[in-house]
Design a protein around this ligand. Structure first.
Ligand SMILES: NC(=O)C1=CN([C@@H]2O[C@H](COP(=O)(O)OP(=O)(O)OC[C@H]3O[C@@H](n4cnc5c(N)ncnc54)[C@H](OP(=O)(O)O)[C@@H]3O)[C@@H](O)[C@H]2O)C=CC1
Ligand SMILES: CC(=O)[C@@H](O)[C@H](O)COP(=O)(O)O
Ligand SMILES: [Mn+2]
Length: 388
């Protein structure tokens, strides 16, 4: 029986993870659940899964929850609560599904403690990828990707020596603006940007998909997960989201990974690895007629992808700087404070303004994250007085 601490249980990945757990009652058990502010959903999840440790962001919500439950788990809050859920619930597995850099410290701590860490929270690898790998080496546990493209690569690269691989390709749907011209993209509304063509996800990653920053973050994520250089990781636009990644070998051939666009598949892959069991998603329907198309990305209309390659090439804290600027800019866009096009402008400005340094410690990386967030907030104030 695998004992799972689930951080980010109230989100899109979190709820899909609980569907996977429900489908495998003899293999998976929840020992801890952590959420941000959605206390009503967390309360229902607690009654259903009875974790012994629970956490919410705010102390007042933790106190509220304590008065609501029909049993008495330990209820904590804040970053300490996330960390305790990872380390002190008796879990041997962490499913890291918090959104943003807020998920880094708990994922790193779980790796250092030797857990199996299943990472959906790509920002933790972008911000602290080198530190996560050090923690993995020190703890002797496992790091398994949940992001669909990286779970696909994990499957494709298994059994191939690194020297056999010429390149990997991750696919991108292209987002809702794939065939829009630049003036139209510049003025895109919040609702238009949240209208993802193929995946139902949380708001932050959905905006990242619309700018293609999601694919940029995923290029950096792949570099840390698989020890690849920027020149070995390419992006192909595939609007149907059925092929998730490709491995290209030196003889010129490719292997592709195909499955339905349902995150329960990579979640189950990571939780049950190496076992492959029937789960909540039916086998792929090859009897249905399909058309798959592939095209290169357009960096002029989607400059965030180029910024991510730039940050990966600079190395050190550059990916953390880019991620912090992006988190601030996406939040500002979702609050109607900046236009869609300013997301990339803000990210580019902050990446250029703050010099990258070698990333030695978690504290140093988080301090860089704080500085970059402050700089992004200032940039937004300076560039948007009365004009998003
Ligand atoms: N959704 C998807 O299909 C995919 C997502 N990912 C990645 O997985 C991660 C989660 O994405 P997704 O599920 O879509 O996002 P959601 O916005 O749907 O969920 C985010 C979760 O994180 C919680 N949370 C946010 N901030 C904190 C915090 N400071 N402390 C504790 N919990 C917090 C939220 O709690 P609450 O809602 O209670 O406030 C919620 O449970 C992201 O990094 C994303 O990039 C990767 C591939 C696919
Ligand atoms: C499901 C998943 O892994 C997401 O990261 C997805 O890839 C987002 O869609 P885009 O391909 O549009 O970025
Ligand atoms: Mn993905």
């Amino acid at each position: 029986m695998r004992k799972v601490a689930l951080l980010g249980s109230t989100g899109s990945i979190g709820t899909s993870t609980l569907d996977v757990v429900t489908a495998h009652p003899h293999r998976l058990e929840v020992t801890a659940l952590a959420a941000g502010r959605n206390r009503d959903l967390l309360r229902a999840q607690c009654e259903r899964f009875r974790p012994r440790l629970v956490s919410l962001t705010r102390p007042e919500d933790a106190q509220w929850l304590a008065g609501q439950l029909s049993y008495r788990p330990e209820i904590l809050h804040g970053m300490d609560g996330l960390r305790a859920c990872a380390l002190e619930s008796g879990a041997d597995t962490l499913l890291a599904a918090v959104v943003g850099a807020a998920g880094l410290a708990s994922a790193e701590a779980a790796l250092r403690a030797g857990l199996r860490v299943c990472v959906a929270n790509k920002e933790s690898l972008v911000v602290g990828g080198a530190l996560m790998r050090q923690a993995l080496a020190a703890g002797g546990g496992e790091l398994l990707p949940v992001d669909s493209e990286h779970a696909a690569l994990h499957q494709l690269l298994a059994g191939h020596p690194p020297e056999a691989v010429r390149e990997v390709r991750i696919t991108a749907s292209g987002g809702p603006f794939r065939d829009w011209d630049r003036p139209r993209i510049e003025g895109a509304t919040i609702d238009q940007a949240l209208n993802h063509p193929t995946w139902k996800m949380g708001p932050k990653i959905t905006i990242d998909s619309a700018t293609l920053m999601n694919k940029g973050l995923e290029v950096i994520e792949a570099a840390f997960l698989f020890g690849l250089g920027a020149d070995q990781i390419a992006v192909t636009i595939h609007p149907q989201s059925q092929v998730h990644a490709m491995a290209g070998f030196h003889d010129g051939t490719y292997q592709l990974q195909v499955c339905a666009n349902d995150m329960k598949l990579p979640i189950q892959y990571a939780l049950l690895y190496p076992d492959r069991l029937p789960g909540p998603v039916p086998p792929y329907d090859w009897e249905a007629a399909r058309t798959w198309t592939f095209e290169p990305p357009d960096l002029e209309r989607f400059p965030c992808l180029a910024l991510a390659y730039q940050a990966l090439a600079e190395g050190g804290t550059a990916p953390a700087i880019l991620n912090a600027a992006n988190e601030v800019a996406v939040a500002a866009f979702l609050e109607g404070r900046i236009s869609f096009w300013r997301i990339q402008a803000c990210c580019g400005a902050i990446l250029s303004a703050i010099p990258a340094e070698p990333a030695h410690t978690l504290d140093q990386v988080m301090e860089t994250d704080r500085r970059a967030r402050d700089a992004a907030r200032t940039w937004i104030l300076q560039h948007t007085q009365g004009n998003p």
